[in-house]
Design a protein around this ligand. Structure first.
Ligand SMILES: Cc1ncc(C[n+]2csc(CCOP(=O)(O)OP(=O)(O)O)c2C)c(N)n1
Ligand SMILES: [Mg+2]
Length: 681
């Protein structure tokens, strides 16, 4: 056992020639924090120190927990989120009061949306100056974060720290999981423990608030519940009546650690399935019954079984779903807009086991029509895979544009990445999804074979999180003895947003490859669809080349274009990472391989990929974005914007004026723009 601080070591204290507490603060608030973390098997904590929190940051280290120091609080918490998702344990993140709390907001919000358990510890200013705005670093974490956490608590007395923190560990892991904010302010630090004797005269003693290891060896484990046996029976019976069930494994299935049980269930009951987010590869995506996404013949599905799925925006709120059997660990995530024959509240691992037991006890056999359904699914999967590969190759190095120009196509890269990961790593590499354009192309190509393999910003749909999430995934893997490199798919602007943090990845020798799809800014290609080549639809002052405050701007618009373009490979090299740049398809895989080799040796790598700047995420011209751009007058739209708007919203009950125009079809977002299409109208 490594050396621990003397304040945690009773034997060492006995040998001291003075009484602890006469020459220093003892006991102190940080001790209670550190001891509670230790009780909950915490091994690592992520954050940035500050005056108000040194007491617990130091204690965390002195008790033997590893501190990871970041450059920006946002990244410490993003890192914690991925660490929790990969390790299955709550992450501990800490920030100082004021600026630290402010900087952490986006990431705490994301963890709240992704239902990830985080113990978020922050400092607090002294209560006696509340709302006077006359002290240093005033912040109100409980108010600021009240709506983006499961529970936000200001702890005032040191003797209550263990009680609140122990409860925080229990609550953050109960479904729906989420971050718990604990503000441990100056009052906590400088009030002495014996205040309880002064206030309550010690009426209830220590145990009234806290007992050590309240659940014995299970203290750190999440609580789990099973389903109502009557609901289990009716769900299983229904599954064995119908020919064409389809299961969706979501976040809740991932958190439940249900690989063994769910694999047995889908195999035994012959249920085709797809996987979402943290549910990806809870059952391997190489399983025979796997289908990527919901099949195009979805109308044939007769019973849908969402398991731990947040049926929301990204599922079209379940619109058009048939009868469903919903399984979730919390009533909070049983969706009342989904037509439901049975709703089971229970941990997916426990519920799957209950269902298996019922099937076996009753010796049930799937109906005869099930085989044809399974065949259809597997044929559909093979066809879709072939279609995807053919399409990617069509835009590969034989394509005239990429023979001629030094830039690459997102579709080709998607296939090349998936092939590389399969060939070298049996598709076991964890992938962080960040770059907006790349995310649209790459998702169907990635294959996952182990849980928490494809991580994203979930409903937050942010950018920049991938830099530190890759670090969290790497820390969790390394703790488990797994040195497989982690791949972060970054957009160039997301990389600018958070990319200095690769310095931290380098300091801790993390095996990460940052693949940056550089397209000269924030989706620069959108100008050809909605604005015009010179950002013509913006005000004069924002157009390309406009003069402003006496200076001629090299570029204009909204995308942050620049000339010369940024060089992430050079930035990486200066930050002690490996860096390369690649701009041709035929050189891509070898460059990617060199980056993985560097990462394997513990040097984070950055692969700057020069992309075709014309290409955009298909959603930019899909129904939602066509509405987001519906304010731009038709007469001002470039050709692709016109086509998309006419094709999607040109309906008499929507835009009657559009409906009167001749019909148009939307373009394929994979197809590079022609010179004509780059014109304004
Ligand atoms: C934090 C945050 N700010 C703004 C947005 C809105 N947004 C969505 S995608 C995008 C552009 C992303 O640019 P980049 O990271 O370069 O990726 P690209 O799509 O260009 O590949 C923006 C600004 C967001 N999702 N998150
Ligand atoms: Mg970009």
């Amino acid at each position: 056992m490594s050396k621990i601080g003397i304040e945690f070591d009773k034997e060492a204290q006995a040998k001291l020639d003075y009484k602890l507490g006469t020459r220093e603060l003892y006991p102190y608030a940080g001790m209670h924090v550190a001891e509670t973390l230790k009780d909950h098997d915490v091994t690592i904590a992520f954050g940035i120190f500050g005056g108000h929190i040194w007491n617990f940051v130091d204690a965390i280290s002195r008790i033997g927990i590893k501190n990871i120091t970041f450059l920006h609080e946002q990244n410490a918490v993003y890192c914690g989120e991925a660490y929790a998702q990969v390790s299955g344990k709550p992450a501990v993140c800490y920030v100082t009061v004021g600026p630290g709390v402010g900087n952490a907001v986006s990431a705490v919000q994301q963890a709240h949306l992704s239902n990830t358990p985080i113990i978020f510890l922050c400092g607090g200013h002294e209560i006696e100056h509340d709302k006077l705005y006359n002290t240093i670093q005033e912040s109100y974490a409980t108010e600021l974060m009240g709506s983006i956490s499961k529970w936000a608590q200001r702890v005032v007395y040191p003797h209550t720290i263990k009680q609140f923190l122990t409860r925080a560990f229990k609550d953050c892991q109960s479904f729906p999981k989420g971050p718990v904010v604990m503000e441990l302010g100056i009052s906590c630090l400088f009030t002495q423990d014996d205040v309880k004797n002064k206030v309550w005269w010690g009426l209830w003693g220590e145990h009234a608030s806290w007992i050590p290891e309240w659940r014995g060896k299970d203290t750190a484990k999440p609580l789990a519940c099973g389903g109502d046996p009557d609901d289990i029976a009716s769900a299983v019976k229904r599954l064995y009546e119908v020919d064409k069930p389809f299961m969706i494994l979501g976040d809740g299935a991932g958190w439940a650690n249900a690989t063994e049980e769910l694999t047995e269930l889908v195999t035994l009951a012959k249920i085709p399935f797809t996987t979402r987010r943290l549910g990806r590869a809870v059952v391997s995506e190489k399983h025979d019954y796997y289908y990527r996404g919901i099949p195009p013949f979805r109308n044939e599905i007769d019973v849908m079984i969402p398991v731990g799925v947040k049926v929301g925006f990204f599922d079209g709120y379940g619109g058009g779903w048939p009868e469903s059997i919903q399984i979730s660990e919390s009533a909070n995530q049983i969706w009342t807009y989904v037509p439901t024959s049975t709703a089971i509240i229970g941990n997916p691992r426990v519920v799957a086991r209950q269902m298996i037991d019922y099937i076996k006890a009753n010796n049930l056999q799937p109906p005869p029509g099930r085989e044809a359904w399974l065949n259809k699914i597997s044929q559909g999967r093979a066809d879709a895979e072939k279609r995807r590969r053919d399409k990617a190759m069509h835009y590969g190095f034989e394509h005239p544009k990429y023979k001629k120009e030094n830039c690459m196509h997102y579709g080709y890269l998607s296939q090349a990445i998936a092939d590389y990961l399969e060939e070298k790593y049996d598709s076991k590499v964890r992938v962080m999804i960040d770059g907006y354009t790349m995310s649209d192309y790459v998702m169907p190509y990635l294959k996952a074979v182990r849980p928490a393999q494809i991580l994203s910003s979930s409903e937050q749909a942010g950018i920049g999180h991938g830099v530190a999430m890759a670090m969290g995934a790497a820390f969790a893997q390394l703790e488990a003895g797994d040195k497989t490199p982690v791949l972060a798919l970054m957009g160039d602007s997301g990389m600018c947003n958070a990319g200095m943090e690769i310095d931290t990845a380098a300091r801790y020798n993390l095996p990460i490859v940052y693949l940056v799809t550089e397209n000269n800014g924030w989706i620069a290609g959108m100008k050809y669809h909605w604005y015009g080549p010179e950002w013509d639809n913006l005000g004069e002052q924002d157009r390309t080349g406009a003069e402003w405050l006496g200076n001629k701007q090299g570029f204009g618009g909204l995308a942050g274009e620049r000339s010369p373009r940024l060089r992430f490979d050079k930035l990486a090299q200066d930050l002690n990472c490996y860096g390369e740049i690649v701009d041709r398809h035929e050189n891509f895989t070898a460059a990617l391989d060199r980056c993985f080799r560097a990462a394997e040796k513990g040097q984070p790598a950055v692969l700057h990929c020069v992309m075709d700047t014309d290409l955009i995420n298909a959603n930019m011209c899909g129904p939602v974005y066509c509405l987001m751009f519906a304010h731009l007058p038709w007469c001002d739209l470039p050709p692709r914007g016109k086509r998309a708007r006419r094709a999607i919203w040109g309906k008499p009950d929507k835009f009657a004026g559009l409906a009167d125009l001749p019909q148009m079809t939307t373009h394929d977002s994979w197809e590079p723009l022609s010179e004509d299409e780059k014109k304004r109208s």
